[in-house]
Structures are given as structure tokens and as C-alpha cells.
Design a protein around this ligand. Sequence first.
Ligand SMILES: Cc1cc2nc3c(=O)[nH]c(=O)nc-3n(C[C@H](O)[C@H](O)[C@H](O)COP(=O)(O)OP(=O)(O)OC[C@H]3O[C@@H](n4cnc5c(N)ncnc54)[C@H](O)[C@@H]3O)c2cc1C
Length: 400
Amino acid sequence: MKNILISGASIAGTATAYWLRRHGFKVTVVERAPAIREGGYKVDIRGAALRVVERMGLLDAVRARSTGMRVATYYDGSGRPVAAMDADLFGGRTDDDVEIMRGDLNALLYDLTRDDVEYVFGDSITGIADDGTVTFEHLGPRRFDLVVGADGAHSNTRRIAFGEESRFARYLGCYISICTVPNTLGLDRAEAVHPAVGRTANVYSTRQDTAAKALFMWSSPPLGHDHRDVAQQKELLARAMDGAGWQVPALLEAVRGAGDLYFDSVTQIHMDRWSTGRVVLVGDAGYCASPASGQGTSLALVGAYVLAGELATGGGTEEYERVLRPFVTANQALGPANLKGMVIGSRVALWFQLTMLRLMPRLPGRERMVERIAGPIARAANAVSLRDYPAAEDVAACRE
Ligand SMILES: Cc1cc2nc3c(=O)[nH]c(=O)nc-3n(C[C@H](O)[C@H](O)[C@H](O)COP(=O)(O)OP(=O)(O)OC[C@H]3O[C@@H](n4cnc5c(N)ncnc54)[C@H](O)[C@@H]3O)c2cc1C
């Protein structure tokens, strides 16, 4: 097996391209967008994924671009600050975990691979035949030994090879939307959060950002939105947040002019198998844990490393699934659990959360509280032992 096609040039796709190239495969990446996609919110790289980034030689570059967040402050509906906590605790980060903007990480991974990998932008797979012949919307048919679906939670490759998304999607009862807004609150590496019953608004500005990001989450029955209709998505967001207090009306006004809206249901993908015939899935396409898990990027990075390593050393897709499955299961379990603290279900629960946050600095046993917030994430983030997969270029260097 030599010639591999990857669909999707986000975190999973570019990271898989990197590792496949290092193992000596010939790699083509097809991405539907016209260029590498910027945007998205801050993502965490934790535990095993940090070791993967280190093995890619990217750790210093990632740290240099970390968000540098300092503090998260909670506000009530009238704009009164009610509690604050340090940003690492707010993000559930421990040890040397790093937070970085999704777009910055994607750009780093793309730069690392662009010279050795063929990138085809503005195209999409339309069919995959049993003999490996792949047809595209624009390119002529080409033959590949393997197709890697790294095209996200709404994967096109998964639909072609495994069937409709509804068979694998598990909706967690909530929506998320995020976009760039002017930093009218003057936030400096700080986050402002307004939790209300059934909906939460959040604004932050990171070290590199002169603007801010507004993030909204809300409980809802499935909205059946059109993934490509941004005007409809803005309308649905405005309706969901209608009547909310704090800075929400001004933020919604800013959202109207935003050009980078991310809008999706909080949904996980659960599959019994991630490979069939000549197709294998990596990242959100195969095992989306949802933004509520805080582990989507780490899963994509570790998945890319293990998939490429097993393909190179003979374990193949069977061994990829065997090594990765417990790690995916542990991290997907974080999603529903975390979500309860992100979108609060009742007035009593909201009162309880704010009271606990307010009292936290004065309560004895802060360590126990930290363990309760960050402990489960840290354990899940480390729930895989990374094998050493000697890369082709390293083997060649040893032989010389
Ligand atoms: C622009 C953007 C913004 C995001 N913002 C957030 C966020 O704010 N919060 C959050 O939790 N997660 C966000 N995500 C998702 C997050 O990046 C992933 O959960 C995680 O990093 C795992 O990445 P992935 O590579 O598996 O999937 P994704 O990051 O979703 O990447 C999938 C890639 O496949 C491409 N693609 C889709 N369909 C096709 C097709 N038919 N043919 C070719 N390519 C295709 C997409 O354009 C994208 O580049 C965002 C993703 C993107 C692309």
C-alpha cells in the first residue's frame, strides 16, 4: 500500500498526512474549502496528544501560539460579576496541557506538510469503487490504495462508505455557535461568561487576538438546520438567545456582521467499525466526541498518529481500531458529563453552580475541587499508551 488519499484538511487530515509522509507513503489531500480553513474557537491539546505534537517537532511552535488566557469571570443577567476562576481550571487543563486557536494549529500542521503532500482544494469525493478508483466533483478519476476520511462530524467519506449520518449520530440535546466579534468589553486574555437556564453566552479574547470570540450554547430539540445556510443559522441563534440579559443583545447585533460563524449541533459519532474495504475514518468523521468533551482535537491528533503508525508497521486498520477504541470511549464519555456544567438545566442547578463558584476560593479542599473538574479529563486524555512507530526516514538514517 503506497498511495493514500485523505479527505479533509483540518486537524485530523493534516496530522494524518504528516505521519503517513514520515512513514514513506505518497499522500494526496482533498479539501472541499478553497483553502485551509481558519476560524473556530480555542482548542485544548492534552495528555497523549501533547506527546504526539512533541514527536512532530511542533511543541515549541504550539506553545508559542498558546492563547495565554488568564481568567474566566461569571456575570449574572444584570451584568454583575458573581465569580471568577483561573483560566486553566476553567478549561480543565492540568500539567503541561496547551490551549491554542484551532485555526493556528491547523495552519502549523498545513505548513509542516504542504511541501511533501499534494493538496487539492475546492473539491470533494463523489464515489469510491472496490478497486480503489475514486471519482471527484472536479478532478478526473484516480486510483488509491486507501482512502482516509478525515472530513469531520458530517463526513462525506463516511456517508459514501458506511451510510447515512443518522445511523451513527448521537445528539446531546444542545447547539453551539461561535464567531468573531469586536472586543467591546476590552477583554485581555480573559473570558466573560453569562450562564442562564438552558443557555450560556461567553466572550473571550486571547493573547494574539485584537478582536474577541462570542460563543453561545443552548438546549434545543433538533433544529434540522442547513449546514451551508449561514443566514438561517444566525436567525436560529438570535431566536435561541432572544430575551437573554447581560451583553447578549449587543453580541447578537455583532453576530449579524460576522463572516466566520461556526454553528452546529452538539453531536457525537458512534460507530462499531472505523474501516471497511479501502476506507478508514480518523478524527471527528469516525468518533466525534463533540465540543462538550474538549477532546476532539486531541482525539484527531492521536488517531492520526496511531493510524499512520499501524499502517506503516503492519498492524493495519484492525490494530488501529484495537489500540484507539478504549481511548475514544473514555473521551466520548466526557461529552455528556461536561455538558451538564456548560448549559445548566434548571434554576436550582444554576443557583448551586454560581454559589459553588463564588465560594470556591474560600472553601477548604480546593485540591478536591480541582480534581473533580480536571481529573476526569486528565485521565481520559492519557488513556492510551503511544507505541513507537519507527518512521521510514528514521529507519533509513539508522541504516546509514
Ligand atoms: C472552520 C472550523 C471551525 C471549527 N470550530 C470549532 C469550534 O469552535 N469548536 C469546536 O469544538 N470544534 C470546532 N471545529 C471542529 C474541530 O476542529 C474538530 O472537532 C477537531 O479538531 C477534530 O478535527 P477533524 O479534523 O476530525 O474535523 P474538522 O475540524 O471538522 O475538519 C473536517 C475538514 O473536512 C473538510 N470537509 C468537509 N466535508 C468535506 C468534503 N466533502 N470533502 C473534502 N473535505 C471536506 C472541512 O472543510 C474541514 O476542513 C471546527 C472545525 C472547522 C473546520
